[in-house]
Ligand binder design. Structure first.
Ligand code: ATP
Ligand code: MG
Length: 344
């Protein structure tokens, strides 16, 4: 039987939002029927931007587990594992080895790193940990390689569009390692959903906590309504009656992605003709989003009483079992397999 594994993750820096859902979680939920899944709570990677606020990370771990269960991930299934990154020291070890295989200039060419560095601003400048996080992300992924890798095995990584350069980099590392030492790693397969980047409620190209343009999965109906009514629409449609351009409008994109598909075509044509005003369209969206979020809110409330720590502990232990196998092969390939070096 082929091994079909998923490794993907999220940084616990706060509660999750619709961008995380559309870019990542929606695919995760579908895939948990067919794959052995490792969902990584990337608390170490969260330090790349939150080293001065570790308590925020600690609190966010619980919020993210609640969101995961809220959207329908099920850690009680034997094939679904919630993994706490700081509980897997092998990840740190593999990161160090990989840093020897990646050039500084390669990381700096990564377009996502460039964009995120610009967002960090010049005041403090990025830490070494920040600049090298794509390398540690390569370790996160490749630690879960089926070993020894066989032809029909699969290591699938469902992510939003901004992660694609990191996955390309991950496969450069995998191939380089395999060529230079021994064939240990299976290159990963990226999977980006239909909408790889959900814009923010302010019309900026990515919904993101740090930009404050989010709708959280746990927001109450009134908060959602307020956020939606403030949303930007097609900027050439100033008042009802003006013809709109749904393909350029973030509100329409939300309708298309999370709303009622049965009314979508009518909505587009009524927008184009001018018959449908933006305020009405936004009120419809608030209703649709609240209908979409209701079952998530209900499951999240139930999850409050579940043994969340146990799920993380069990998943982390399972991850470490796999980590031992991979790391034994890695150390051997790199001539680091203490103590057998003394016996040669
Ligand atoms: P934030 O910017 O809100 O802090 P983040 O980008 O730091 O979020 P990550 O943990 O880096 O969150 O991302 C987790 C997953 O969610 C990744 O696969 C990422 O691509 C996806 N994702 C995050 N925001 C969006 C978005 N606006 N649209 C689509 N996918 C997204
Ligand atoms: Mg990110």
């Amino acid at each position: 039987m082929a091994t079909k594994r998923i490794l993907t993750g999220i940084r616990p820096t706060g509660a999750l939002h619709l961008g995380h859902y559309v870019g990542a979680l929606r695919q995760w939920v579908q895939l948990q029927d067919d794959y052995e899944c490792f969902f990584l709570m990337a608390d170490v990677q969260a330090l790349t931007t939150h080293a001065d606020r570790p308590a925020v990370i600690e609190d966010a771990v619980r919020e993210v587990v609640l969101d995961w269960i809220g959207v329908g991930l099920d850690p009680t299934r034997p094939n679904v594992h919630f993994v706490l990154q700081s509980g897997v020291p092998e990840l740190t070890e593999l990161t160090v080895y990989f840093t020897m295989l990646v050039r500084h200039s390669e990381v700096l060419r990564n377009p996502t790193i460039k964009a995120e560095m610009a967002q960090l601003g010049k005041k403090k400048g990025p830490t070494l940990g920040f600049i090298s996080y794509p390398v540690s992300q390569a370790a996160d992924i490749l630690l879960f390689t089926p070993y020894p890798p066989r032809k029909r095995d699969e290591l699938l990584v469902p992510v939003g569009e901004d992660q694609v350069p990191h996955l390309e980099g991950t496969n450069v590392v995998a191939r380089r390692f395999n060529r230079q030492y021994e064939k240990v790693f299976l290159p990963c397969t990226p999977l980006v959903g239909e909408v790889g980047r959900l814009p923010g409620t302010d019309g900026k190209d990515k919904m993101s906590k740090s930009l404050g343009n989010v709708i959280q999965l746990k927001d109450d109906p009134e908060t959602v309504r307020k956020q939606v009514l403030q949303m930007f629409t097609d900027e050439t449609k100033l008042r009802k009656g003006d013809p709109g351009h749904p393909e350029k409008c973030p509100v329409y994109l939300y309708h298309r992605t999370l709303g009622d598909s049965a009314t979508l075509e009518d909505r587009a044509s009524h927008c184009r003709s001018g018959e449908l005003g933006c305020v009405e369209c936004k009120k419809d969206l608030a209703k649709a989003l609240n209908a979409f979020l209701d079952p998530i809110r209900a499951r999240r409330a139930k999850a409050e009483k579940m043994p969340l720590g146990d799920y993380l502990r069990e998943g982390t232990e399972k991850a470490r079992e796999i980590a031992q196998v991979t790391m034994e092969a890695v150390r051997k390939a790199m001539h680091l397999d203490y103590p057998s070096v003394f016996n040669r």
